[in-house]
Design a protein around this ligand. Structure first.
Ligand code: TRP
Length: 334
């Protein structure tokens, strides 16, 4: 159990498998900094998870640095929170093996993301893709995490992590803190700009579907100009019948920190074209300071390496306590 009586822990991870989109930012990343005051936070760059689909090695490295810079540009402080790379902390792989022996194939078979991903990558349905949720459980349980900020799509994986923790605790006594999801309400679901019935995704092949946090304003404006709207001409919040317009209203409201009702009022009588440009500008204004900080951070690799080195050390210290406890409980000689 967590012996740190001061602050409860929060753990979250993002895969460095693509560039971070506006959807990731508004749905998750934006809320991370505010948690730093009340919790001990660990934000992980989960590079090991990305290998479940093929990655270009150079690009993976670049994207890991990029994600670290973005974490910091969004307001995470590497002296307060622990910002680290998963593969730097060997305990993740070690605990993952053990937890795999306490996870049933029937449970993994039920994971909808596995089913979706194996349909999408039919030529590469590897064992890693299948056991991915076990590694995720190890990530979380290693740090005795109390809360895990995640999107809706990860709820099932978190549920499994809880089940594994409870099962292990029953067999060996209180070993793991049982984690709970932290799901943000507003802005949690930003949809694709071209296909607003689908979530905005960084792995989308059509780049018109998403806006990146680090994208140039010109390019952002172009994408909003081309964003699909709906039939009719009224700017109204009605996700069922007007998914395109409603998504844009949601983006605007989230970026401005207002309700969708207020956003709707603001654009009553506006033409679609003007409305889209207003949303685009609001997004550019919101992202500009982040991009500036990001560029600055990315230009100093030595500094980034220093941060990763120090933070991995802090993470390993915490992780080792849990790992040792688990090794002892299962009967490994220490
Ligand atoms: N599976 C998560 C995703 O794809 C990433 C992830 C890995 C994660 N380990 C985690 C998220 C632990 C939260 C906690 O989005």
């Amino acid at each position: 159990m967590n012996t740190n009586t001061e602050k409860q822990r929060i753990f979250s991870g993002i895969q460095p498998s693509g560039n971070i989109t506006l959807g990731n930012y508004l749905g998750a990343l934006r809320h991370f900094p505010e948690l730093q005051d009340d919790y001990e936070c660990l934000y992980c760059i989960v590079d090991m998870h990305t290998l479940t689909v093929r990655q270009d090695p150079e690009l993976l490295k670049e994207r890991s640095y990029s994600l670290l810079s973005l974490y910091m540009a969004c307001g995470l402080d590497p002296d307060r929170s622990i910002l680290f790379v998963q593969s730097h902390v060997h305990q993740h792989a070690e605990l993952s093996w053990i937890l795999g022996c306490y996870t049933y194939m029937g449970e993994l078979n039920r994971m909808t993301q596995f089913k979706d991903k194996s349909a999408k990558h039919a030529d590469n349905i590897n064992a890693g893709l299948y056991t991915y949720p076990v590694l995720m459980a190890a990530d979380i349980l290693l740090y005795q995490s109390r809360f895990v900020p995640i999107g809706n799509d990860q709820k099932q994986h978190l549920e499994l992590a809880r089940d594994i923790a409870i099962r292990f605790n029953k067999l060996y006594g209180e070993t793991f803190t049982v984690p709970e999801p932290l799901i943000s309400k507003q802005g949690a679901r930003i949809m694709s700009l071209q296909e607003p019935d689908r979530k905005m995704s960084k792995s989308d092949t059509n780049s018109g579907n998403f806006v990146l946090v680090t994208e140039e304003p010109d390019s952002i404006m172009k994408k909003f100009k081309r964003a699909v709207t709906d039939s009719g001409s009224e700017v109204r919040f009605d996700p069922e019948n007007k998914p395109g317009i409603s998504n844009l209203l949601n983006i605007y409201a989230t970026v401005k920190g207002i309700t969708t009702e207020d956003a709707e009022k603001e654009f009553a009588g506006s033409r679609y074209g003007d409305f889209k440009m207003a949303v685009g500008s609001a997004v550019c204004d919101c992202l500009a300071p982040i991009r500036e900080k990001y560029e600055l951070l990315m230009s100093d690799r030595a500094q980034l390496d220093g941060i990763l080195g120090r933070n991995a050390e802090r993470a390993r210290e915490i992780a080792e306590i849990t790992k040792k406890d688990v090794y002892r409980r299962v009967g490994f000689i220490l």
